[in-house]
Design a protein around this ligand. Structure first.
Ligand code: CTP
Length: 397
């Protein structure tokens, strides 16, 4: 970020305390930072703190008795405008072109790219108006750093926390100032369950949430890769953060989506919990409850990971998952070999708080040259970081 000019907008949110860390990290990374605060932001963090850390006066007013702040030139001065935290109120104003303070005037006149890091309580975050305002912002070309899940100012635990400053820095680096280690690489990630239809209203599915796959897709994206996420029928909300998403329902649709694009990929991570069997036939109409017994004939689905392993060319890196309850290591190593993968991530169901639906996971990674890395139970986000670190270390270092 050497010599990049960054305009940081701070709005009235309890997360404004994180802006101090963000300014520090930006300055440390070599950027020149100017801070604009909304009037409400000044109730949450002192302008003196931000001006000291940014080594520039903090701007707040469109004009005072002596002068008029040139918001047009501010927008032109910057290589990037970052608004972090972005409150619900400022979001709504930005989405509707309101202009009653210096930050909003600068946003409207900015010719540089704009990035926002929303921060709000979960109920506000989930409100339809927030979603529609964010969609509007995205349609203007404004980039959005995904919010995090965790403790909120209300005392509740949920979605809406502003991304941590180091995550924002990573987002900036990989999206605007391209230096990520996976820059120029293309990656495909599968995530979530698959639903195999029995009739128009019933299906065979599993408890996979898609959290692990989504965390890996986000992490690969943060490290600079161009990511395609093939997502099964998960209820997770996907942020508009530059990742291409292909939605599928069945194992067969996932197979087709992956095989269609695999050739152009450098990295493929198969984190989905794909159904191993699917009903041989799907009834066109709802099956009525008549007989005492109902038999549904199942046939094996195509193994996506294996099919990619068969096609894999030198230079392509293929990662699979193994979910085992017994003989974990032996089964994982067998999968590594049988499916011609480069790495297998073993997910153990025998550990509390690991696996389906949990926010944490405990993994062991096996590499094809006999490498073995054991990790502690961590959040799925941290696990994703460990997995991507190993991809880089073993294949791109
Ligand atoms: N997988 C896949 N396509 C399938 C089934 C599984 O791509 N039809 C992938 C998963 O995404 C995962 C890996 O294969 O990366 C391991 O899946 P798993 O179901 O544990 O292994 P199987 O080979 O199906 O063996 P088993 O069910 O006997 O453990």
């Amino acid at each position: 970020m050497q010599e990049k000019k960054i305009l940081l907008g701070v709005t009235g949110s309890i997360a404004a305390y994180k802006s101090a860390f963000l300014v520090r990290l930006l300055v440390k990374a070599g950027a020149e930072v100017k801070v604009i605060m909304t009037p409400a932001a000044r109730d949450f963090i002192s302008p003196l703190t931000l001006s000291t850390l940014s080594r520039n006066p903090v701007l707040s007013n469109l004009f005072d008795e002596q002068s008029w702040a040139n918001h047009v030139m501010l927008g032109r001065w910057a290589n990037l405008m970052v608004i972090a935290p972005l409150s619900c109120n400022t979001l709504a104003k930005m989405a509707n072109g309101l202009c009653d303070n210096l930050l909003l005037a600068t946003y409207l006149s900015a010719t540089c790219p704009v990035l926002v890091a929303p921060a709000m309580d979960e109920d506000m975050w989930l409100h339809a108006s927030t979603k529609s305002n964010l969609d509007k912002l995205a349609s203007f070309g404004t980039r959005i750093v995904p919010v995090e899940k965790g403790d909120l100012a209300s005392g509740l635990n949920g979605e809406g926390r502003m991304a941590e400053p180091d995550q924002i820095i990573q987002y900036i680096t990989t999206n605007f100032f391209l230096t990520g280690p996976l820059q120029g690489k293309k990656a495909i990630v599968t995530a979530g369950p698959t639903y195999e239809p029995i009739d128009p209203v019933r299906f065979i599915g599993n408890h996979s949430s898609g959290k692990m796959g989504l965390a890996i897709a986000n992490e690969l994206h943060y490290r600079g890769a161009e990511v395609t996420l093939v997502m099964g029928p998960s209820t997770l909300e996907l942020s508009k953060n530059g990742i291409s998403v292909i939605r599928v329902n069945t194992a067969d649709e996932m197979y087709k989506a992956c095989n269609e694009v695999f050739q152009e990929m450098d990295i493929a991570v198969m984190a989905a919990a794909v159904a191993d069997y699917s009903p041989e036939t799907t009834a066109d109409e709802k099956i009525k409850k008549k007989a005492e017994k109902l038999t549904v004939e199942l046939v094996k689905t195509k193994d996506i990971l294996k099919s990619l392993g068969e096609k894999k060319k030198p230079g392509q890196v293929l990662i699979g998952f193994a979910l085992e309850t017994n003989n974990e290591e032996a089964f994982a190593l067998e999968k590594l070999k049988k499916k011609n993968a480069d790495m297998i991530v073993l997910n153990s169901l025998s550990h509390a708080n690991a696996g389906f639906g949990h926010d944490t996971n405990k993994i062991t990674i096996f590499g094809k040259k006999g490498e073995k890395f054991i990790f502690e139970t961590k959040s799925k986000k941290e696990v994703a970081r460990d997995i991507v670190d190993k991809i880089i270390q073993l294949h791109y270092a």
